[in-house]
Structure formats: C-alpha cells, structure tokens
Write a protein that binds this ligand. Structure first.
Ligand code: ATP
Length: 602
C-alpha cells in the first residue's frame, strides 16, 4: 500500500521521514493501512512543539481565548445539526474492473483512444448487453483495451467473452476513465466521509455514533458551559486541538490527505454587525489586505475575519514559513456555503502542488479561515432546543439611546438575516417569520446568537509543510576530491525536534564526558537536548543536521585549559557552539548558554 510517488523531492522527503524517524506508515509490518501514519521519535517531538506553540499563541498569550478538550465520539445529533450526516460527502466513482474508488473531482485529465463496446457474449450463448469503454494511450495496441473489456465482462459471468459492436474515438482531456486500468468509471455518487461505530454492546441503528470529522462541533455544543464558567464575554474564542477522522476516498500526497489526522481549531465568537452598529454608530471597515492591528470594539465580522487571517499568517511566519511559501485562496460566492460570509484558505506550496498555465504554484490548503455567521450556534439551538443566545448589557443600553429610524433599520436587517437562515434551513415560512420576528425583538433587549470566525488548521499538513520547507541538501567535497550530498533540515529553532546536541570531543576522556553530561543536565529542564559521543565530530554534526538540530555544543580540551583567542579569550569553562544553517562556530561561556539558547527557541 505504498503511496504513489508524485515527484522526486517528495520521494526524498518520504524516505528521509522513514529513515530518520519523522513519519512511519501505520501498521507497516502488516503491509500498512492506507491513509494512516505514525510519527516516530523526531516527528512526535516536532508535532508536540507545533501544537504547543499553537496552543500558547491562541490561548495562553491572549485574554480573550480559552481552551476545550472534548471527546471524539459525541451525541449523533451533533452531526445532524452540523449537516455532516446529510451532506459531508465527496462524489466518488468506482473502477468496474479493479473496484478501486476515486474522488470524482480528482481524476487527472487524460488524452487517448477510447474503445467502446455495446456488449459481449460467450461460447455458451450467454449475453451481457451492458456497454463498456476503455481509454488507452495513443499508440498502444487495441488488444490492451480488449483485455480490460474481457475482464469487465468476465466479472459479469461471461466466460472467454467475445466483445461486440466495437468502435473507437480519440478523446482529449477526459476525466471519465480510471487512470490506472483505463476502464470507464461508474457514475459519481455521494460517499459520506464519517467513520461509523456503535456505542454499547448492541450494533443497532439506535446506537450508531460517529468518530468526529472535525473538532469544531464540540466547541459549539459546549459554548454555553464555557461561557458560563470562563467569565468571558463576546467577543471571545474557544480553542481545541485534537484528532479528527475522515474516511477519505483517496488518501494521498503522504500525510496531506489522511484518514486520521489532527486539527487545531478556534471558534471566535463575535457580535452580529447590527449589535456593533447599535453600540458604536457604525461598523469599522478595514483594508482587505494587511493586519488591521489591535482588536477594536467597533469591529464587525469583516475586520475580525481579516484580523484572524493575518494573525494566522504571523503564526506561520514565526515558525519559519515565509509569506513567499504561502498562498491564499479567497472562496468565490459560488464556492461559499450559503451561511458563510467569507472564507480565506491559507495555502502552502508543497512539492506536489500543481502549477497553473503560467507556471505559478498557488499551493494546497493548510488552514481555512471562515466567517460562518451565526449558523452553527443557531443549528444547535434548533436541534437541541436549548437557547444558544447571549445577553449583552452594552447592546441593551445602547439600543435604548437609538432614534426610531436607526432602531427600525437595524431591526429589519437582523430580521432579514435570521429569516434567510431559517428558510434556508428548511423551517416552514410562517414559523420562520415568527421566529425571525422574535429574534429581532430580542436584539432590542440585548439578545443575540453570536456569529463566529473559524480559523481551522490541520496539524499533519503543517508538519508536512514544515518538513518540506526545512528540507535542503548540501554537497561537500573532501581533500581527495570525493563529494557527498547530505540533507540539512533547516527547521526554525522554535519547532525543531531537538534544540541542541551536546558532544564531548572524545568519549574516552572522563573530564570531557562529565562536563558534557553536566551541560546536558543544565539545559534539559528547559529544552529537548540530545547527547552524542559516537563517531567523529563531523559525523555527529551531519547526523544532527539531518534531524534539524539548530545548535551543537562541543566540550573540548580548551574547556579546561582556557582559549587563547575568541570571545571568551583565556577563560576556562567555555564550549564551542556550532550553528546548523551556516556552519559558523563560536566560543561561549557555559554560564551564558542557557540564556542564549532560550532566546533563540522561544
Ligand atoms: P480539503 O478541501 O483539502 O479536503 P477541507 O476544506 O475539507 O480540506 P476543513 O474541513 O476546512 O478541510 O478542515 C480544516 C483543516 O483540517 C484543513 O485546512 C486541513 O489542514 C485539515 N484537514 C482536513 N482534511 C484533512 C485530511 N484528510 N488529512 C489531513 N488534514 C486534513
């Protein structure tokens, strides 16, 4: 079940990941399980660092975001309310010969000669009238197409079939044929991506539950509990990191599209624009590019959306993904869900990302930032029958001071938005009208259902982006003219799995070893440290370069004798620090090491 190789760089990355223990195929000893991946020692550290940085940035460093850790299996009604039971499906087509399935929208376009048959019969007079077609590359003999047709009809009970009504035609850029077998694919049909299971001992329809396909819904379902226990007020956010499961039709591109993966999601709840306008006279409009600065009380959904797009880009830049490595996709009105106001996808230019006609690479999705209106909480209010609205004193006080014209204008706008949502969600006209009126009256009393901005990122895609971005090769030639190419993983020190490696120059000199171990113990409480005394210093540097360790420290004789030159001239208790990216070496006091390294990895 090996992943098909997309290009040479991806092949090298996949092989490095296995060789150095970043990523292994799940259940490899049993042949692997398609779409499932395990993280080895270096991968586990890298992943942990990324998740911790996200959590710190999104919750601990802010006053307006709190965390949640919910279960993976939840009440199945949650997935009805969210729309996943009905609509979380990809269109899937099947190859009628190999039974392999593909996502209908992901079939590569092909040009070739298509052979068509109207049916087949066999020596016993059995007939199959089902038409069939096969596409083969131009220049390949028709026999290869007939062989596939024979397989197709044999599967339908026609032994040694004689195919009938053959004709052929050149087809250009067709997406209707299986890329491997050439057989014409079945008609696309929806395939729900949720993994099903049963809760309790009885496997009945009543006990069906789902492995969550996203972490977000638990945040909506627990919105009221979090609000009541955290002393937060809208605008505020709830963040969660955790596993999600999607039975993807065609997992591919290594870990990019997996069936089990992790998400880092924030639901940031904001006031509806009508409430902001009531309190502040108008809603701020910010430029649609660039960071809009510190949050302001008069921000509506557009400013908050722009803010979160830029905050997320800042996060990526802070861990080594420069803006040039990223791309953006702003969803068009046709792509947007009916309830969404805007969605911006942040893309990364992966080695497998496709080029457009001009040779530009847009990239593939790392994270989506969606302005989802009040859809999610409204759905849970309807499905659970529990109120999801909040009471806002500031709005109530401000509303009382508005003139009648403004009250009417805001009320009408809010009413129209609520009515649109209710009708789109299938609520019958009269009930929807009544409900929308109640909602608009509620606004005047300071009540509303919060809107939400959702930055939703995938951990595994980010790890793959960081690995792809870090991958570099250096070729060195020795004195004898022999050159060697080796890999240097240039991770940003913040995410690097190992922050610093400590080497005694020689392993048979107890003074050197003891000092190196003492330095390891000094640094260890604060960062991931690797001690290595095996092989030449050059080999040890090379091993750490491949692991992406940004700093290596060597304890040598000058540590005890004092150096004659350099920054710490003549002093004892100094070491050499070597920087991974430029190979630079410096002499440093041991007493200064911790502060220097902490500054670089923070
Ligand atoms: P795609 O269009 O690529 O299937 P999506 O738009 O369905 O992704 P979302 O539902 O918005 O994805 O999920 C948020 C994030 O979760 C994505 O940006 C991505 O980083 C991650 N993610 C989604 N599906 C997968 C998957 N199958 N494997 C790994 N990560 C995933």
């Amino acid at each position: 079940m090996a992943e098909p190789k997309t290009n040479e760089l991806m092949e090298k990355i996949v092989s490095l990941c296995k060789r150095r223990g970043f990523v292994f195929q799940s259940s490899e000893i049993y042949g692997g399980l398609n779409g499932f991946w395990d993280y080895g020692p270096l991968g586990a550290e890298l992943k942990r660092n990324v998740k911790e940085l996200w959590w710190n940035t999104m919750t601990r460093q802010r006053d307006d975001v709190v965390g949640l850790e919910a279960t993976i299996i939840m009440h199945p009604q949650i997935w009805r309310a969210s729309g996943h039971v009905e609509t979380f499906a990809d269109l899937m087509s099947e190859c009628p010969v190999t039974k392999k399935r593909v996502r209908s929208d992901q079939v590569e376009s092909q040009t070739g000669i298509a052979y068509f048959w109207t049916g087949a019969s066999d020596a016993e007079g059995k007939v199959c009238a089902e038409p069939f077609s096969v596409l083969i590359p131009i220049g390949k003999p028709p026999e290869s197409a007939r062989k596939v047709a024979a397989q197709f009809y044999e599967l339908r009970g026609i032994k040694s079939p004689v195919v009938q009504g053959e004709r052929s035609e050149k087809l250009e850029n067709t997406v209707l044929y299986h890329p491997e077998s050439g057989a014409r694919l079945s008609e696309p049909r929806p395939f729900n991506l949720m993994f099903k299971t049963y809760v309790g001992p009885v496997e009945s329809e009543d006990n069906v539950a789902y492995l969550r396909p996203e972490t977000a819904q638990a945040i909506f379902a627990q919105f009221k509990n979090v609000l009541e226990t955290s002393r937060q007020k809208v605008p505020f956010g709830i963040a969660q990191v955790g596993k999600a499961f999607r039975n993807e039709v065609t997992p591919r591109n290594f870990t990019f599209r997996s069936r089990e993966f992790e998400q880092m999601e924030l639901e940031f709840f904001i006031k509806p624009d009508e409430a902001v306008e009531a309190a502040h006279g108008s809603v701020a409009i910010v430029p649609s590019s660039g960071h809009p600065g510190q949050p302001q009380a008069n921000w509506g959904w557009q400013a908050w959306h722009q803010y979160w797009v830029e905050e997320r880009v800042k996060f990526y830049e802070g861990i080594g993904l420069s803006r040039e490595t990223l791309g953006f996709h702003i969803q068009t009105p046709e792509e947007l869900a009916h309830y969404a106001r805007a969605t911006t996808d942040i893309l990364f230019k992966f080695p497998f990302s496709k080029k457009d006609g001009q040779g530009n690479v847009a990239g593939d999705e790392l994270e989506g930032i969606a302005a989802r209106s009040d859809f999610d909480l409204s759905q849970h209010e309807r499905f659970s029958g529990k109120p999801m609205g909040v009471f806002d004193d500031e709005l109530r006080a401000a509303w009382a001071k508005l003139d009648d014209a403004k009250k009417q204008e805001l009320s009408q706008r809010y009413h129209a938005a609520r009515l649109k949502y209710l009708l789109k969600s299938g609520v019958e006209q009269a009930r929807a009208e009544k409900q929308a009126k109640e909602n608009a009256d509620g606004l005047a009393k300071g009540q509303y259902i919060p809107h939400v901005i959702e930055p939703s990122a995938g951990v595994d895609r980010l790890i793959l982006a960081l690995i792809s971005n870090a991958y570099s090769e250096v070729t060195e030639t020795d004195d004898k003219g022999k050159s060697e190419t080796r890999v240097v993983m240039k991770f940003h020190p913040r995410v690097a799995p190992i922050k610093v490696a400590i080497f005694p120059l020689l392993k048979n000199k107890p003074d050197l070893v003891n000092k190196a171990l003492a330095i390891r113990d000094l640094l260890r409480p604060n960062m991931n440290v690797f001690y290595d005394d095996g092989g030449s210093i050059g080999r040890r540097y090379a091993r750490q370069d491949e692991a992406g360790t940004p700093f290596c420290i060597t304890v040598d004789f000058e540590t005890f004798e004092g150096v004659k030159d350099g920054t710490a001239a003549g002093e004892k208790d100094t070491v050499t620090i070597r920087y991974r990216d430029d190979g630079r070496q410096e002499r440093l006091r041991i007493s200064e090491l911790l502060a220097l390294l902490m500054e670089k990895i923070r």
